[in-house]
Ligand binder design. Structure first.
Ligand code: GLN
Length: 271
């Protein structure tokens, strides 16, 4: 294995093109291509990924406008950012929808290359995955019914609060208002549905999905108070620093040339 890598490195150097593929990919194919001087291989990515040539993105597609279904297709800010990164790295993006709670495990155990899910960088998550540079910010918002007596964060004491399982909204609400007062749902939509049916008194969720849920459900409003501010980034397996560097490199270019901003502008809902 070590020998193969040395051979491949030498060939890449000789060809002046990066023809390396990484763990789990077909080293033999690359060597064959290199040996034949197959120049079409230069379009291939040099970054090691779970499946050669692919960038598998784990997400939870119930978090508009970052990721959501349009018909059978998953679209949104994170999908477009992944595609822009994929284009830079010569990787084809494959989106895998799963529970939010499963994303970090999927990435840490090598089932997906990166998690892009409006995911907030937290010290606890950093114990299991690396985070890329940040590309957006979020704020935890409180959704209530229009006629609710809840007007401030303090009014949430003793109330039933709906959250999405394992999100920062869940973690913060459980810390501040007690686990027994927090109802955890797999999807943000389900928490909002519970609010419309009076099964919870409020929902704590990131501001952008909050705006989107309020726009698509009558009789709801967002409290005019900001709970917690957060930074979103892609999570990547700790043992794939090459991918982390490549994603950060791509993100820097995409920030620099205005691509990230134009993707955000295309989707973000005005407050
Ligand atoms: N930003 C929140 C978190 O990281 C929620 C993300 C989500 O629900 N997709 O926990």
């Amino acid at each position: 294995m070590k020998f193969r890598k040395v051979v491949t490195l030498a060939m890449a150097a000789v060809l002046g093109a990066a023809l390396l593929t990484g763990c789990g990919s077909s080293t033999q194919d690359t060597q064959d291509n290199a040996a034949e001087g197959n120049t079409t291989a230069s379009a291939e990515s040099t970054v090691p990924t779970v499946t050669e040539g692919k960038l598998i993105m784990a997400t939870n597609a119930y978090f508009p406008p970052y990721e959501y279904y349009e018909g059978s297709q998953i679209v949104g800010i994170d999908v477009e950012i992944a595609e822009a990164i994929g284009e830079k790295l010569g990787l084809e993006v494959e989106v895998q929808d799963m529970e939010f709670d499963s994303i970090i495990t999927a990435v840490a155990t090598g089932k997906a290359d990166l998690g892009l899910a409006g995911m907030t960088v937290t010290p606890e998550r950093r114990q299991n995955v690396n985070f890329s540079d940040t590309y957006a910010t979020g704020i935890q918002s409180v959704i209530v019914k229009e006629d609710s007596d809840i007007q401030t964060i303090d009014d949430l004491q003793g109330k039933k609060i709906g959250v999405q399982l394992s999100t920062t909204g869940d973690i913060k609400a459980s810390e501040d208002f007690g686990e027994e007062n927090v109802e955890k749902f797999n999807k943000g939509n389900d928490a909002v549905l519970a609010l419309t049916q009076d099964r919870v008194d409020a929902v704590i969720i990131d501001n952008q999905p909050a705006l989107s849920f309020v726009a698509s459900n009558d009789g709801l409003k967002i409290l005019d108070t900001q709970y917690v501010e957060e930074e979103y980034a892609a999570c990547i397996a700790k043992d794939n620093e090459e991918l982390l560097d490549a994603v950060n490199g791509a993100l820097a270019e995409l920030k620099e040339d205005g691509t990230i901003q134009s993707i955000l502008d295309k989707y973000l809902v005005a407050e």
